[in-house]
Design a protein around this ligand. Sequence first.
Ligand code: GDP
Length: 444
Amino acid sequence: MAFEGLGERLQSTFDHMKSRGKVTDEDVKAMMREVRLALLEADVNYKVVKQFVNSVKDRATGQEVMKSLTPGQQVVKVVSEELTQLMGGEQAEIAKAAKGPTVVMMVGLQGAGKTTTSAKIANYLRKNKNRQPLMAAADVYRPAAIDQLETLGRQLNMPVFSLGTEADPVDIAKQSLAKAKEEHYDYLFIDTAGRLHVDDSLMDELQRMKEAVNPDEIMLVVDSMTGQDAVNVAESFNEQLGITGVTLTKLDGDTRGGAALSVKSVTDKPIKFAGTGEKIDAIEPFHPERMASRILGMGDMLSLIEKAQTDVDEDKAKELEKKMRSQDLTFDDFLEQLGQVRNMGSMEDIMSMIPGAGKMKGLKNAQMDDSQITRVEAIVRSMTREERQQPSLMNASRKRRIAKGSGTTIQDVNRLLKQFEDMKKMMKQMTSQQKGKKKGNFSM
Ligand code: GDP
């Protein structure tokens, strides 16, 4: 996965920082030296690194004191916020035309993933935003590109406009737009031709197409595996054509991640989507904040601490923490915690915020969506008091009774018991990591 090396390096730099009660300017300097090296090694553009390090230094040394965090945690928070800023700050949505079809020109070098990404984003918008997309095959130079888009269209049951390989790409774009208007499609994705390198004839064609269809979005697709090249490509496309957004593909690959960290600041155009695999649904909106916390490998620890402090009843949190440490967590605690979790956001959000949780095996089983929480509550409520206090009592006939009482199945009950065990194990790991540290509510 992308960022592994960078993540590991930054994490080890931060590990002994987080618990510090006092941080001197020297500490910050030493840490920033490590951060600078880690970023350079991850292939982040050197100008970007310099800027980044300076703004972190400025903010970290002149920090206003936040009562809820230790100074060490505050420095980490600054780095995490700056990383988020570096990647664009807020999540940027794909354009939406005020009227008529939103026209998206998909551009980029050959092999970057334009054709695949056109279908992925179109499918994403149909599935999640209820939009009706039309795709147009305007890459006439690579004959396989048209077949590929048509195959994807058939797989997704999504229309593809094509005039074969003989037509002029600008005509294809114009005619597909006419069709999209006439048939009231919400989005038109034009898959344009790529080249192995940026060249004048490619840019010329794309410029003519741009003039002809007046796109709402010019989405540059870049292969994050190509590192600094991806950044140079983004810079040229932006200068010569004017892009409006970027999709980074192949973030699932073994990339050092530098492209993701540099593209936004070099082009000043937001990264809107990230491709994370070959499958059609391997695409996600790019969230700078989540990416930053993933890179720092701490989940979104600090916002969890903040959230915990504002949303969770402090006494209860302390009590829970004590139980976590002694590991005699019961289903009553679990139930109560679910209630609090509901106040805090979805289970998935919470899990993603727990440091190290992303790496933990068996966590998939522990993840729940909100409808599952309702079911889980029903199951726990069908347990007797003894069963809630002593989960080890559970046997086949008890499980049958609980399933019946909660309107679920024995499999559901078994799954919950497994999740409960996983959660206990996870807490054991988390609390043993924490042993000896005095600070920190909620056992973070
Ligand atoms: P185009 O020439 O820009 O249209 O590129 P394609 O859409 O044909 O993609 C080139 C190759 O990259 C194909 O084999 C895709 O399956 C693959 N690909 C595209 N996006 C991703 C991604 O996010 N992850 C992975 N692993 N492969 C991808």
